[in-house]
Design a protein around this ligand. Sequence first.
Ligand SMILES: [Zn+2]
Length: 200
Amino acid sequence: MLSKKNLNNDDIVLTGQYIGVVEEFLPDKQSTFTKDGKIFASKTGLININDQERKLEIRTHQEQDRKTVKIGDIVIGTIVFLRKYSVGINFFTINKKIHFNSGYFGNIHVSQISDKYVEKINDAFQITDILRARVSEQEYNEYKLSTIGKNLGVIYADCVICGDPLIKIGYNKLKCMRCGNIETRRLANDYGNVNNTLRF
Ligand SMILES: [Zn+2]
């Protein structure tokens, strides 16, 4: 069970998740419900604890923010498939805000990965990689994305062999400390240093 020491501001909680007890927190009626002295989330979002007043609420961004994606927006998403000349990405995070109830789909063409020539798409990306990209075009419900730019590219990746997180050992180079596997990726300059809550 969670207790207050396990909960930090901006942690993600899911609808129905146990958060704490009424002795610890003053729950917000809009975003939580209480039962037998226990507090549960009544919606999915980011937890916000006011330490002085012990006030607790769950905040979502999509209520007050636009739901559309614009050209130039920076998004974070997960690679869901690789094709010969493109990769498909699901993304929820737009300009650092998580949109829980609306997923978007985008793809990156091989020519839009880097300003350097990329021969094979799997030298740059693998399925389940998390990356940051810029929206360059929209076609109906599909967005064309680009990772050309220093702060764009993969921000988190797991070893394709054993699944352990990969450690950066050089330019676009990663190593698995568990099995020794070495892989390449198109890396963002802050690879490995990205807040957990933004990895959506
Ligand atoms: Zn490994």
